[in-house]
Ligand binder design. Structure first.
Ligand SMILES: Cc1ncc(COP(=O)(O)O)c(C=O)c1O
Ligand SMILES: Nc1c(O)cccc1C(=O)C[C@H](N)C(=O)O
Length: 421
């Protein structure tokens, strides 16, 4: 780096630090544990640890489980056990659902929390296919959708005797492929590799004009920017608890069923915890009201408690500000990377248009795997995704513009001294 480059870099950094001073969300970073010397650009795979979580887990383990034992399943008498321990585990999925609902533009009774995203995709595909007119035999999805979405559709179709065709098309062709034979679309709003964001509202409206139901995967959307499922008229959706919702490794997933479908959509994984009165121990399944019927078995109290505590960080967050900051971070990253992309075999695959971008930026590089390995060694934690993608996730709750600068410095060093050189 020349002296001129150094001066230029320093003045860029001070301009970015000024932006950080004006950032209305800057204080949120102190609510997370982030190791020194690491720029963590992987919150789109595993969100960082909110500081509310360890204390909550300790309390659930020691007081609720250790102290109250089985009594914690029901609403406790807070006078006898202390308000802290009155946890009512049975309704924990509903309390977590109520915290996720405003982040995705849903009513609390339209959201259920539990199981993995994969399992929830299965539940909703089964419900939606059962509702669709029988002559519609196509499940329309994207060729590059996240593999589990494709696998769940394949598995369900096998169970249904191969009755459906899983039609995979490039995203550019989606609208043209909304034909009369399509039963439903299974689409991920933000592509896990490229970070390209689909027009959820527009595609939902076009699908409905043609009598098609929509199942949206919000894995890379929920908690990353405001989502408004009801404004878009969406039918069904799922999403991850461990990415931008920061619920921890393997955190429970959520699903959404629009209120207007709740009487006609059937919960085929009809477990006792989705029953209207589980302890009636009835022989027939009577679904609980609303989306609660999609909760299958015993709530996973430890992981639900972690997610519940993690969601507290959103309580005072204006999601429009969150989106504005996310775009500012990703714009800054793209801008700082532009000179590097001119000198190295880096190809931006994330759209520049704000409307088409999630909260990550990705580049192709012929040695992407090795570049990412060296970045991780230097404390710049992003992802390699096959075949040649460098993926950098930005979490506006805890990233600063100075972090973006540091990440680009690290990438420059690797490209000039390491793998890319
Ligand atoms: C788009 C998408 N859907 C689903 C998943 C994961 O599903 P699960 O929670 O079942 O592992 C991921 C990431 O793991 C994802 O990126
Ligand atoms: N869920 C993951 C896991 O259990 C291990 C490693 C990574 C993940 C991920 O979340 C991957 C992520 N969905 C992706 O977009 O690539």
């Amino acid at each position: 780096m020349t002296v001129f480059d150094r001066l230029f870099a320093d003045s860029t950094l001070s301009q970015l630090q000024e932006k950080d001073v004006r950032d209305p969300l800057a204080h949120k970073r102190a609510e997370f544990k982030l190791p020194e010397g690491v720029v963590y650009l992987d919150g789109n795979s595993l969100g960082a640890l909110p500081l509310t979580v360890p204390a909550r887990l300790a309390r659930v383990a020691e007081q609720e489980w250790g102290g109250q034992l089985i009594r914690s399943w029901t609403a406790n008498d807070s006078a006898s056990v202390g308000a802290e321990a009155a946890q009512d585990w049975m309704n924990l999925p509903d309390r977590v659902a109520a915290k996720i609902a405003p982040l995705i533009g849903a009513h609390p009774h339209e959201v259920a929390v539990g199981d993995s995203t994969s399992v929830n995709i299965f539940k909703l595909l089964a419900a939606a296919l059962h509702m669709a007119p029988p002559e519609r035999r196509v499940i329309l999805t994207e060729a590059d959708n996240f593999p589990t979405d494709l696998y769940m559709a394949q598995g369900l179709n096998a169970l249904l005797g191969g009755r459906y065709e899983l039609r995979t098309v490039p995203s550019a062709d989606l609208e043209a492929q909304l034909t009369d034979d399509v039963a439903l679309t299974l689409l991920t709003e933000v592509d896990y590799r490229t970070g390209r964001r689909l027009d959820l509202a527009g595609l939902t409206a076009r699908a409905h004009e043609r009598g098609i139901l929509t199942v949206w995967d919000l894995a890379h959307s929920a908690g990353a920017f405001p989502v408004d499922l009801n404004a878009a008229g969406a039918d069904f959706a799922v999403g991850c608890g461990y990415k931008f919702l920061n619920g921890g490794p393997g955190a429970p997933s959520f699903l959404f069923v629009a209120e207007r479908h709740q009487d006609s959509a059937q919960a085929f994984l009809s477990g006792w915890m989705g029953h209207a009165d589980p302890f009636e121990m009835a022989r027939e399944f009577t679904p609980a009201p609303g989306a609660r019927r999609y909760v299958v078995g015993t709530p996973t109290v430890l992981s639900l408690s972690a997610l519940d505590a993690a969601l507290e960080v959103f309580a005072d967050v204006d999601m429009k500000q969150l989106r504005a900051k996310s775009l500012s971070l990703t714009d800054t990253f793209i801008e700082l990377m532009t000179p590097l992309a001119a000198q190295h075999p880096l190809t931006l695959v994330t759209p520049r248009s704000h409307d088409e971008r999630g909260s990550q930026v990705s580049y192709r590089h012929p040695q992407a795997r090795e570049v990412m390995r060296q970045l991780i060694e230097r404390g710049i934690l992003g992802d390699f995704r096959t075949p040649d993608i460098l993926r950098f996730g930005f979490t506006p709750l805890y990233h600063s513009h100075a972090d973006v600068w540091r990440a680009v410095q690290g990438i420059q060093n690797v490209l000039e001294e390491g793998a890319g050189a």
